[in-house]
Ligand binder design. Structure first.
Ligand code: SF4
Length: 294
């Protein structure tokens, strides 16, 4: 079936309870087979070609945490590449204004008219982010693309549609989580945010995180990995736990990369299952309950 993928299968299984009566072993087999059997999809038009591309390493303007918890049964990741050259500190005026925003609405109003970096000259809309202000799960991407710039909303293009499926497979709704980006304005041509742009915009994201205080952050792709944690190497570091601003943080692949490389969806789903378990949503237990008709 065209455009059908791993996350469609998971969602359909959840919806139809088609695993009724399966044993635990059969459930495991289903996970390894039907659930982890991606169908290649054509690269979407208008998507960032750089979601997983190497980006210049930086030292975030605020120190990130560096704890890494290896996945059970796996070797620790290779030593991290040292952070790249430091970027300039965020403009003092921006930091002052951000600190004065007492809630998300006030912060969004500041972002709407922000001229803190050159990206404001080419944007159609700034894209603040959206979701529940009380979300326990927050996803962080890199920057708006064409569709997001037009709509003023995050992840509404083809990559956003896949992210919606990933969220649904995790048994959350888009409305119950929070979705934001490192940069709030679209870089021309969907390139990665430059050092000065990311540095100028990071105080907004940090303030969002501090206001929402989710239980878990999920970084989507290489850009938030390097901008928030100062790390490179998403291929090796996805699926490992970090911490940012005191919050457990999981890194996984960006949905636009998964659209281009559907074979990676299996690994992304494994990463997301770790997040589910940490939030008390054990995928296997859920499937077993479904099989019992609970
Ligand atoms: Fe302001 Fe961020 Fe947009 Fe730059 S990208 S203009 S810092 S909101």
């Amino acid at each position: 079936m065209p455009n059908r993928d791993l996350f469609d299968d998971i969602i359909e299984a959840l919806r139809r309870r088609q695993l009724n009566g399966m044993s635990a072993a059969e459930l495991d087999s289903a996970n390894a087979g039907a659930f982890f059997n991606p169908v290649p999809a054509a690269p979407p038009a208008g998507q960032s070609a750089s979601a997983q591309a190497g980006v210049p390493g930086i030292s975030p303007s605020e120190p990130a945490m560096t704890v890494v918890v290896p996945k059970a049964g796996t070797a620790p990741p290779a030593p991290f590449a040292p952070p790249g050259p430091a970027v300039s500190a965020p403009p003092a005026a921006t930091a002052d204004r951000v600190g004065g925003a007492g809630d998300l609405a006030a912060l969004a109003a500041i972002v709407r008219d922000c001229t803190g970096c050159s990206l404001h000259r080419t944007r159609t809309n700034s894209v603040f982010g959206e979701g529940s202000g009380g979300a326990e799960l927050m996803f962080i991407g890199e920057a708006p693309g064409f569709h997001e710039d037009q709509a003023g909303r995050p992840f509404v293009g083809p990559a956003g549609q896949l992210l919606d499926k990933m969220i649904a497979a995790m048994q959350f709704s888009r409305e119950s989580v929070y979705i934001a980006n490192v940069a709030k304005c679209r870089p021309p041509g969907n390139r990665n945010p430059e050092d000065d742009e990311a540095a100028a915009c990071l105080p907004y994201l940090n303030r969002q995180i501090d206001l929402i205080r989710p239980r878990i952050l999920v970084l989507l792709g290489a850009v938030p990995l390097v901008r928030l944690l100062g790390k490179t190497g998403i291929t090796n570091l996805h699926g490992h736990w970090f911490e940012y601003r005191g919050i457990p943080t999981m890194c996984t692949f960006h949905p636009s990369y998964l659209l281009r490389s559907p074979a990676r969806k299996k690994e992304a789903w494994e990463d997301l299952q770790q997040v589910m378990k940490r939030l008390g949503k054990d995928p296997q237990e859920t499937m077993k309950k479904m099989s019992r008709g609970n």
